[in-house]
Design a protein around this ligand. Structure first.
Ligand SMILES: [Zn+2]
Ligand SMILES: [Zn+2]
Length: 448
């Protein structure tokens, strides 16, 4: 292929003509590599004479971008419409910068970098009262919304909109927020257990590593960028799959300098996480993860000071055992108690969970099944019901009860129904002390 060459100020401009595809990309790559390795000048590829570029041509650009010295710059300019579309479809401007003209590249490279431009969205967590953020609230396995469910929501919203004046965007937003139930305007979400406790300190605190962990990790990178290093304190209830399956997709684990401390009362947590990362199920061996990961075994019923919180654990009835955690700071307490079956026969004042939950500001509780199910077909399956949740919350004088570990077979409407029934049951069974009842959803944030 014909590749023109010229100097424009300090920039070396290459100007290929024709198509860059399987037939011509080798010649293009050879010319490009010679340009970036033989001189220290910045290089712009003027694509005004190129009518088409295939993946082979894009790969040649990437190879040059990888092999050039770090301080040398490489860009493309003057893209024809079709080539510009191919760059957009391939998301290639993240790899090689695209400019409208060679002059524009030259001007951009002369300008000093803007201060703070390295971090994309700096919005660090404000210090202040304890907060809880739910990243995953589903039990047993992820439960994504299906096409039929989205269609049903749109249909319900349109039916509800009949007769309302919705001429402006403001009116539409107001209608969505005030007239549509949560099950229509939103979703409880489908990620499995992962709850963040925001302490106002420098270190992160997380309960369980379900699939919500992937979104939590991406959030940390979005807020701080990949350069800043962090310490993550993870408290595992137990190593059942739904509580660990998000960890292989937790991006900060792949960044050297990050520290991840995994606390729990089982002595098999390390083995469970290593196994999950091993061949043939996952391509990256746990031992190859570049972050520093430690496992710390806790003794149940003992109180530890970790990341500015007092933390106590309790053994729970569940296949292979699970553990609940009580976190306290500045007179406020959060209890995370999931994957626990409370046998109906044992719920009297001597039941140890009443003391463990006592006066908690927030009780996050496994209310996966109905009471009917937990004492019939699903007895000994290791989970509890909304009815027992309310009874225990009343007995322990808990302030707020959060229904958690939602049954994956329930759709949004069903979870909303269970939530309304639980609020009603709290009213009719109230012994005097009122408990506020909330259903957790992915994205819910609560302040204590
Ligand atoms: Zn579970
Ligand atoms: Zn479990």
């Amino acid at each position: 292929m014909d590749i023109g060459e010229r100097r424009q100020g300090n920039i070396l401009v290459l100007a290929p003509v024709g198509r860059i595809d399987n037939l011509t990309s080798a010649a293009f790559q050879a010319r490009l590599l010679a340009a970036v390795t033989s001189s220290s000048a910045d290089v712009v590829v003027d694509l005004s004479g190129v009518e088409y570029i295939s993946s082979a041509g894009l790969r040649a650009l990437m190879t040059a971008s990888r092999q050039k010295p770090k301080e040398q710059r490489l860009a493309v300019a003057c893209l024809q419409t079709v080539v510009r579309e191919i760059f957009a479809i391939s998301r290639f401007s993240h790899i090689v910068p695209v400019f409208a003209t060679v002059e524009e590249a030259s001007t951009a490279w002369r300008a000093p970098p803007r201060p703070g431009s390295a971090v994309l969205h700096a919005e660090p967590e404000p210090a202040g009262p304890l907060r809880v953020r739910f990243w995953g609230t589903r039990g047993s396995l992820p439960a994504p919304l299906r096409e039929r469910a989205v269609r049903a929501k749109i249909r319900d919203a349109l039916l509800a909109a009949r007769g309302h004046a919705l001429e402006t965007e403001q009116a539409i937003d107001g209608f969505i927020d005030s007239k549509l139930p949560f099950s229509v305007r939103g979703t409880f979400g489908g990620n499995t257990s992962c709850v963040e406790i925001i302490t106002g300190g420098d270190e992160y605190v997380i309960c369980d590593l379900g699939t919500g962990m992937r979104e939590f990790g991406n959030h940390v990178l979005r807020v701080h960028g990949p350069v800043r290093k962090h310490c993550f304190n993870v408290f595992l209830s137990h190593p059942h799959w739904d509580h660990i399956m998000g960890f292989p997709f937790f991006a900060p684990a792949y960044i050297p300098g990050n520290r991840i401390r995994i606390y729990g009362c089982h002595d098999v947590l390390g083995e469970a996480l290593h196994t999950q990362h091993s061949s043939p199920c996952f391509p990256v061996d746990f031992r190859k993860l570049p972050s520093t990961i430690e496992f710390i075994t806790l003794e149940p019923d003992r109180t530890y000071e970790i990341a500015g919180l007092s933390v106590t654990s309790i053994r729970q009835l569940h296949t292979g055992d699970s553990y609940g955690y009580r976190f306290s700071q500045g007179g406020k307490s959060i209890v995370y108690s999931t994957d626990c079956e409370h046998k109906y026969s044992s719920l009297d004042e001597s039941y140890p969970f009443i003391a463990f939950y006592r006066n908690a500001d927030l009780l996050i509780f496994d209310a996966m099944y109905s009471l009917g199910d937990t004492i019939s077909v699903k007895e000994d399956w290791g989970h509890s019901s909304n009815v027992v949740a309310v009874e225990l919350a009343h007995a322990a004088q808990v302030k707020r009860l959060v229904l958690f570990h939602h049954e994956p077979a329930y759709d949004d409407r069903m979870i909303e129904e269970v939530s309304a029934e639980t609020i009603r049951f709290e009213e009719i069974s109230r012994p005097g002390h009122r408990v506020e009842v909330i259903s957790a959803y992915d994205g819910l944030e609560l302040e204590l």
